[in-house]
Write a protein that binds this ligand. Structure first.
Ligand SMILES: NC(=O)C1=CN([C@@H]2O[C@H](COP(=O)(O)OP(=O)(O)OC[C@H]3O[C@@H](n4cnc5c(N)ncnc54)[C@H](O)[C@@H]3O)[C@@H](O)[C@H]2O)C=CC1
Ligand SMILES: [Mg+2]
Ligand SMILES: [Zn+2]
Length: 276
């Protein structure tokens, strides 16, 4: 199967193609969705911070207009990326997820982190450049571990105070400098619930553009300890029987995939596929 969407660095001097507009209030959309004819979009009254060519959708070039702020465009509205993930077409979500990561990076790398001077876009490469420092800044990706811990028919799920009421999920956390993926996983589990794990197994990864996580998903078995929740981060954590689970995270998340894979194996059902 060929993919409908491929990323690419495109020359912004070339006319035509599609464009998406992104502001702190999300993406611009109308009845036809979030992709607009680029020349039309550029004629609207938008406060453009940066323009990047981001790839091809069904063979057509796609550009991003990263805006300083949301402005009024007749017949259009603004909507966050999460809403596009939950109710939209998955390919469009992939386009917008990539656009969001490039937009965040473009917004945050207008100036050199070393000398403070304005940086310039490098042609044919996804990089911002400071000539005096000879410094290149590339889009940032934050590796994050996510793990389902199990004990026979039971799985450990936890709630962050930020979650939708009632929903429980797997544990997750960002890698720190100096750590392997396994070191990070063991540290995060200790910090968040004070338990020990063993037999760590990698299951797959997922790009999570909120704002730039690369989720590495694992299964691990319980090895010892009693649950003690980390103050402020974990509101509640419990062992749940696979036959009696609480409300779970959205179906497209790797958190949900890790849970669904284990439950399927336990109950002898067909295994789910990890959404890209
Ligand atoms: N796709 C999925 O199924 C899921 C994705 N996630 C994502 O995983 C990531 C990590 O999960 P959390 O529990 O929030 O992390 P965490 O357990 O490491 O705690 C968050 C704290 O980490 C620090 N932090 C924030 N950004 C950071 C960065 N880029 N690098 C290092 N430290 C940083 C901050 O102090 C923040 O309060 C988040 O982006 C979250 O959205 C979490 C659960 C499910
Ligand atoms: Mg966490
Ligand atoms: Zn510099």
């Amino acid at each position: 199967m060929t993919s409908r969407w491929t990323t690419a660095v495109l020359d912004t001097d070339q006319p035509g193609g599609w464009a998406v507009a992104r502001s702190p209030e999300g993406f611009l959309f109308d009845d036809n969705g979030a992709l607009f004819p680029r020349e039309w979009l550029k004629r609207q009254d938008l406060s453009v911070l940066a323009e990047h060519g981001i790839g091809h959708l069904d063979g057509e070039p796609v550009y991003l207009l990263e805006l300083r702020s949301a402005s009024e465009v007749s017949g259009c509205n603004w909507k966050g990326l999460r809403a596009f993930m939950l109710d939209g077409d998955h390919t469009i979500y992939k386009v917008l997820g990539y656009a969001a990561q490039i937009g965040t990076w473009a917004r945050e790398h207008r100036f050199c982190g070393n000398c403070g001077q304005a940086m310039t876009q490098v042609p044919r490469e996804r990089a911002m450049y400071c000539q005096p420092c000879d410094l290149r800044s590339y889009p940032r990706i934050s590796p994050s571990m996510i793990v389902l811990i199990t004990r026979g028919d039971e799985i450990l799920l936890a709630r962050s105070p930020r979650f939708v009421t009632g929903v429980y999920s797997t544990l997750a956390g960002f890698a720190e400098p100096g750590e392997s993926a396994e070191d990070c996983l063991i540290r995060e589990v200790r910090e968040e619930v004070q338990i020990e794990v063993q037999n760590i197994q990698y299951l797959g990864s997922q790009c999570w553009p909120f704002p730039h996580s690369m989720m590495l998903g694992f299964h691990a078995e319980y090895a010892g300890g009693e649950i003690v929740c980390q103050e402020d981060e974990i509101e509640d954590a419990q062992w749940f029987n696979v036959h009696d689970l609480p409300p779970l995270p959205a179906s497209k998340s790797i958190a949900r995939y890790l849970i669904d894979v284990y439950v399927a194996r336990r109950l002898g059902h067909a295994e789910p596929v990890l959404p890209g």
